[in-house]
Design a protein around this ligand. Structure first.
Ligand code: FES
Length: 304
């Protein structure tokens, strides 16, 4: 087991060498899958009691998502060679192991480093069972620069789409690999307010979503539940800054406690969608789970 500080040091060391398209994405992935959340669930023998106390909901176990949790990184395209190169018995410190796996894979280093770090964290949280699983990423093989240029852009309908009545709009993109995974937003709207106008059947894919209530799970829309946390993949500059209320709630929920995102700035990479106003197009990541495991909650149940 590697400590959280070893993980921070290793990720910070590789980020400058990661392709710009994945620099924020790798920090978001590590914030969405923190060792801390796993540790609080394992802190007492009665895991179910911990799940209830920390209000864990959705797919908070990484193992079933070992091959797909990182689909929002461009480097996901190289997951297969990274898995093939990962040797669980490899010795050395964490950074050396991450580098060795990246360098011995057939993937370009600027993508391989991030995916190797994710693979080693997945190994730490899930064990080696995911390594022999056959998986083929189903994502467009576009150049990263093309992909990056499209990030957080407005919707511009084709001539045919305009003829059918589709109008240009600013939007929230919530799955960059799926051309239809976006909803329009009116500038200054909260992200969840815009999301709720999307009436597609997201509840069939994520049990936390209510029918006809959009793709982002919500339980309160008032900053009380922590269900609506999201990662900001692109267009962060188009969001209103964090206000004191949202800052306090993020500390209570524990979403900023991973240490992988800068929380002192005005626009951290992890936000509460019901408290965040967008002034233009943004690209987000919707986590597979939510919980309430901030320091005050941890100290209540796990004082030592
Ligand atoms: S929906 Fe409850 S905190 Fe945002």
């Amino acid at each position: 087991m590697n400590s959280s500080s070893e993980w921070h040091a290793a990720v910070n060391a590789i980020v400058p060498e990661v392709h710009p398209i994945d620099r924020d994405a790798i920090r978001i992935w590590f914030a969405l899958w923190p060792l801390l959340a796993r540790e609080v669930l394992a802190a007492r023998p009665d895991r179910e009691k911990m799940v209830t106390f920390f209000q864990m909901n959705g797919q908070f176990d990484l193992a079933p998502l070992a091959d797909t949790s990182h689909i929002f990184l461009y480097g996901h395209r190289y997951w297969v060679p990274i898995k093939a190169a990962l040797q669980p018995e490899l010795e050395g410190d964490l950074l050396t192991r991450i580098r060795t796996t990246a360098e011995t894979s057939d993937a370009p280093l600027e993508f391989a480093l991030a995916m190797s770090a994710i693979a080693w964290m997945t190994l730490e949280q899930c064990g080696p069972a995911f390594l022999p699983v056959v998986y083929e990423p189903k994502v467009p093989m576009e150049e990263p620069e093309t992909f990056l240029r499209r990030r957080a852009t407005h919707f511009r309908p084709s001539l045919v789409e305009r003829f059918k009545g589709r109008a240009p709009s600013e939007r929230i993109i919530f799955h960059e690999n799926d051309e239809e995974a976006w909803f329009p937003i009116i500038p200054t709207q909260e992200i969840t307010t815009a999301a709720e106008l999307d009436k597609r059947a997201f509840h069939t894919k994520d049990k936390r979503c209510y029918e006809a209530m959009g793709p982002i799970p919500v339980d309160c829309r008032a900053g009380s539940c922590g269900t609506c946390w999201v990662g900001i993949l692109g267009g962060n500059e188009n969001l209103d800054p964090v206000e004191a209320f949202e800052r306090g709630r993020m500390e209570y929920f524990g979403y900023w406690d991973s240490g992988f995102v800068d929380t002192d700035c005005d626009r951290p990479l992890i936000r509460l969608a019901c408290q965040t106003k967008a002034n233009s197009s943004v690209s987000i990541v919707i986590p597979a789970w939510n919980g309430v495991y901030g320091k005050s909650r941890r100290e209540k149940e796990l004082p030592d």
